[in-house]
Design a protein around this ligand. Structure first.
Ligand SMILES: C[S@@+](CC[C@H](N)C(=O)[O-])C[C@H]1O[C@@H](n2cnc3c(N)ncnc32)[C@H](O)[C@@H]1O
Length: 268
């Protein structure tokens, strides 16, 4: 088995570090504090897919560093709540919120989403989760919770980079899963669960190719800064993360693992 590798603690604790910022810019183009496979193009499409407006009340599940949620509050003018189980992520998000001009409209809380969402029915206009639901057991329950807290006519979006598209060895599964708990989905399962939860208007976009590019760019950007990153993360974790990123690149380039973006509506 591949040893456990840390991605999120080091990414969020070192968010302000110049070397981590450079890696993000070289990987994604625009820095939203990402630790995911979301391209800048997808980041720009999300507000349109969710039909966000200044009056929208939005929940981001698995907000990580919080930077993307704050970007939405700044550019769209919506109110946003960000949840993540990772304490350094939420600390970073709250610090960024304090120094941003939108602290009154953006809030962040540490929360394990697998334990449910403690909001009243029909609270949000939109809920989204970028590359997060793969980490959470009980996907149908999570989707039912999202439906419950959405207002009638509300929209949800999530991406899943762990849709199995072909044969994968046990070593590859171990390396791909080395950064945490993961659930792999058979093709069609997300669509079935979204429908079973009660959503309509299901739309699916295959983004496997762009996930493969992000993994390659991320690996390369880190390799160029190996000495600085080893000084922060340690050699073992640095090599573990590089192996993880190579594995993501290979599996997605060969379409043995697929990444799809799902969006759906709650009936009016
Ligand atoms: C791939 S990262 C994506 C972060 C962010 N959405 C982005 O695009 O950069 C997955 C995030 O899910 C969070 N996460 C994992 N399990 C969770 C759980 N049970 N409840 C809430 N957040 C969770 C992790 O801490 C991490 O920040």
């Amino acid at each position: 088995m591949a040893a456990r590798v840390d991605l999120y603690n080091s990414a969020y604790s070192n968010y302000e570090s110049e070397v981590y910022r450079q890696v993000r810019i070289e990987t994604y183009g625009q820095d939203f504090g990402q630790t995911s496979w979301v391209t800048t193009e997808e980041s720009r499409e999300i507000p349109q897919i969710l039909q966000l407006e200044a009056s929208s009340s939005v929940l981001e599940v698995g907000c990580g560093s919080g930077r993307y949620a704050l970007h939405l509050a700044e550019t769209v003018g919506c109110s946003i709540m960000g949840l993540d189980v990772n304490a350094p992520g939420i600390d970073n998000a709250n610090q960024l919120a304090t120094t941003s001009g939108v602290a009154a409209r953006a809030r962040f809380e540490q929360c394990d989403v697998s334990k449910g969402l403690r909001y009243n029915d029909e609270t949000f206009d939109a809920v989204f989760a970028n590359d997060v639901l793969c980490h959470i057991p009980g996907r149908l329950n999570v989707l039912c919770e999202i439906l419950r807290i959405l207002k009638p006519g509300g929209r949800m979006l999530f991406s899943d980079a762990l849709v199995v598209g072909g044969m994968i060895s046990h070593e590859e599964i171990a390396t791909r899963s080395s950064i945490g708990y993961y659930v792999y989905s058979p093709p069609g399962e997300n669509e079935r669960l979204i429908e079973q939860a009660g959503f309509g208007q299901i739309r699916v976009t295959d983004t496997t190719e762009s996930a493969s590019c992000i993994a390659k760019q991320w690996h390369r950007a880190r390799e160029k800064r190996k000495n600085e990153l080893v000084a922060v993360e340690g050699a073992v974790n640095y090599e573990g993360l590089q192996a993880f990123l190579s594995c993501v690149h290979n599996l997605t380039a060969e379409r043995r693992l697929l990444r799809c973006l799902y969006s759906a509506d709650k009936a009016r």
